[in-house]
Ligand binder design. Sequence first.
Ligand code: CDT
Length: 311
Amino acid sequence: MSRIVTVAAAQLGPIQKADSRESVVARMIALMEQAKAKGATFIVYPELALTTFFPRWYHENRAEADHWFEATMPSPATQPLFDKAKALGMAMSFGYAELTPDGHHFNTSILVDKTGKIVGKYRKIHLPGHVDYDTSRSHQHLEKRYFEPGDLGWPVWEFEGGLMGMAICNDRRWPETYRVMGLQGVEMVVLGFNTPSVNAQRGDEKIEDRMFHHRLSCQSGAYQNATWVVAVAKAGDEDGHHCMGGTLIVDPNGKIVGEIDHEDDGILVHACDLDATIFGKETIFDFKRHRRVEHYGLITERVGVGAPLGK
Ligand code: CDT
């Protein structure tokens, strides 16, 4: 048996502050046309796909960042993307900054079906970085200033013949992200990321180290939950700030089946068999037989470690 979802991981190269939403949407449409030509039925774009990674820019007055947010979706600028997806019969997922009607700010991803209907929404839960300007860092990462933690949990959706989940960037580093979806039987997790190639608090960390942690996180999440993971970068130099690439697809055995080796716009297409998740889910990671929840209480009772040894 096989249940094939042919996925296009659609990496975006850099988006400068001065680039318009319309110009980015045109690039996304060009990638969608390439994906269609290669047989894809589902295209996945990065986190905050429509703009530069604006949380690197500090505004004393938070409201000055509101112009990076979308108050509606589809928005006038993204309507052509929805129209193209519908015309091509292409399902899609992309990230954007969401401003709700009652004034809340989230780092959000959506799932859009082949008819152009939004069928799923996820709001980023693990927000990295800091709230206030931090002079000790080589660059700012102000997600905690501009976004609230997501309030929707990690649902999974019946989508494209399987069970689909979403995560966003830093979420991929946390086992809880995948496990909450794994416990709902997730078969594919799609996520976008903007990862600076420099550690703002550790200048000697190499990009290879950061790529290692990225792969390690996606591969372990896939393997330990017997799910596909599709991780899509926004990469390259944005107004002097460099983000690493590393768009990749991981199979439910934890193996990378393809990876983009450049930092420009580009697609990675793979026919993912959702039935390849079954073996892991019925054997070593058959949760209902093997998990020992009586020993896992601390995971939800405690946020961080207790007093360090010797203190
Ligand atoms: N966008 C995002 O979540 N980036 C983070 C960088 C963390 S450094 C403060 C990541 O985990 O890739």
